[in-house]
Design a protein around this ligand. Structure first.
Ligand SMILES: [Ca+2]
Ligand SMILES: [Ca+2]
Length: 469
């Protein structure tokens, strides 16, 4: 008849065992399996299912949620929470339940199943309940516990996996991207981010999320997995929310932190290696540079790489050609230097992300500066190192016919470059640049430049300044 769970807790076991012996004796002697002839002094607890994990047992003053079936000795049902499809949600051990139930729930684990035999004096006594429970009735309850917490509970954070490298932990006002799996204490799933295939993104400690999560995410590392157990007064309270989170429910969030940053974060720059010789000049705004890069998310997801292409990436620094964080991180580098850059989203692709980049994602770059050239001032295609010749047109007009066609112009400019007298805008095919220069000078677009048409840009700019004045 009665079974005592193998891992039954000693207090109950000690109390139950003598009773069991007594009952077995009665059974043999009287030939029936009923305690009716022997008035019970205390509630009999039969723990017929004890879950393997029991991080917490019910104590006096705890708030519990449970289902039960109530029957008489003959098996006739007198009450059931299942019939009402509502769990009992109540504080236990403080006299709000019949004493037999108050005592019988003590020490219970979530998902444990118990049978309680409650003698009349711990139930409804010699009066009973009119129309429901006769006088002096022994009551049998089959109970399953689904939730337990206490109003003194705080948020519990248990680290399940912490990455070995954790240079920084989540603190107030950080913006965190994480995945989570949400369950009730009894294991019922209520929500998760994985099914949406999208991280949950939020500021922490600012009241955007339930207080329990605001607290529970503090101190987490990037890549960390932690279990955050939130009592209802720090979650959705007595009313719950939606159809998945009942009132007064403890919530468990198994969280995987993908990345986090703070809106005040700059680009984080770490030099990985530098060429052994000193470099006199480092990259600066306006420079034309070539660089290699690998770009990934902080969880290691690879996004882009210049090594997928034949040549390194080329940009003019400060020209808005790449995300701001990368532009900043590429400044001040020696040729040959390698750096790691951690770029927060406000200096990358922002809240919306970009193709292949999730919104609000922190990016990790490894960059190597391959080459660096001084750039030209904005709008210039060619600059002289010194003052140009005073007889510029005559020098260009190689056959002295008073006209400079594209061929003469191109030969002349290339000769200046070769002789080290000037240089063309870097990062563009020289022939294209020279062709653009020719178009600029051939004011009437007749395919040749005359002495009247030829003007230096610096002179032009001067004239324009005068006009404005
Ligand atoms: Ca000519
Ligand atoms: Ca012309």
């Amino acid at each position: 008849m009665f079974l005592v769970g193998s891992s039954s807790h000693t207090l109950h076991r000690l109390r139950i065992l003598p009773l069991l012996l007594l009952l077995q004796t009665l059974e043999r002697g009287l030939g029936r399996a009923s305690p009716a002839g022997a008035p019970l002094e205390d509630v009999v607890i039969e723990r017929y299912h004890i879950p393997r994990a029991c991080p917490r047992e019910v104590q006096m003053g705890d708030f519990v949620r449970y289902h039960y079936n109530g029957t008489f000795e003959d098996g006739k049902k007198f009450d059931s929470s299942y019939d009402r499809s509502t769990l009992v949600a109540i504080v236990v051990g403080v006299g709000r339940l019949i004493t037999g139930m108050d005592r019988g729930l003590m020490g219970m684990c979530v998902n444990e199943r118990r049978r309680l035999i409650v003698p009349p004096h711990l139930g409804y006594g010699s009066i009973g309940v009119a129309g429901l429970i006769p006088p002096d009735a022994t009551l049998y309850f089959d109970v399953v516990l689904l939730d337990v917490w206490n109003k003194a509970d705080t948020v519990q954070s248990t680290i399940l996996l912490r990455p070995p490298y954790c240079p920084r932990m989540v603190q107030n006002s950080d913006f965190v991207r994480y995945h989570y799996n949400g369950t009730l204490l009894d294991g019922t799933a209520f929500d998760n981010s994985y099914s949406r295939n999208h991280t949950y993104n939020t500021y922490v400690g600012q009241g955007y999320i339930i207080p329990g999560m605001d607290q529970g995410l503090q101190g987490a590392c990037i890549g960390e997995r932690r279990r955050i157990t939130v009592p209802p007064h720090l979650a959705y309270g007595e009313n719950g929310t939606g159809d998945k989170i009942p009132g007064s429910a403890v919530l468990i969030f198994d969280v995987h932190v993908i990345d986090f940053h703070n809106p005040s974060d700059p680009v984080e720059i770490k030099t990985l290696s530098r060429p052994p010789e000193n470099c006199n000049e480092t990259s600066k705004i306006g420079d034309f540079i070539r660089y290699h890069y690998n770009c990934s998310l902080l969880d290691g997801t690879r996004l882009f790489s210049s090594h997928d292409y034949e040549a390194p990436q080329e940009i003019t620094l400060g020209a808005n050609k790449v995300i701001e964080g990368l532009d900043r991180g590429l400044q001040g580098m020696c040729v040959g230097e390698r750096r790691q850059l951690i770029v927060p989203p406000h200096l990358a692709h922002g809240e919306n992300g970009a193709r292949g980049v999730p919104g609000s994602a922190v990016l990790l770059f490894e960059v190597e500066l391959v080459s660096r050239e001084d750039g030209l001032p904005t709008g210039y295609l060619f600059v002289w190192y010194q003052d140009p010749s005073t007889s510029l047109f005559e020098d260009m007009d190689l056959n002295k016919d008073g006209e400079v066609p594209p061929e003469e112009f191109s030969s002349f400019i290339k000769a200046q470059v070769n002789e080290g007298k000037g240089r063309l805008m870097p990062g563009q095919d020289p022939d294209k640049t020279i062709s653009d220069m020719f178009q600029n000078q051939d004011r009437n677009q007749d395919g040749k430049i005359t002495a009247e048409e030829l003007k230096l840009k610096s002179d032009e700019d001067q004239e324009r300044v005068h006009e404005e004045l």
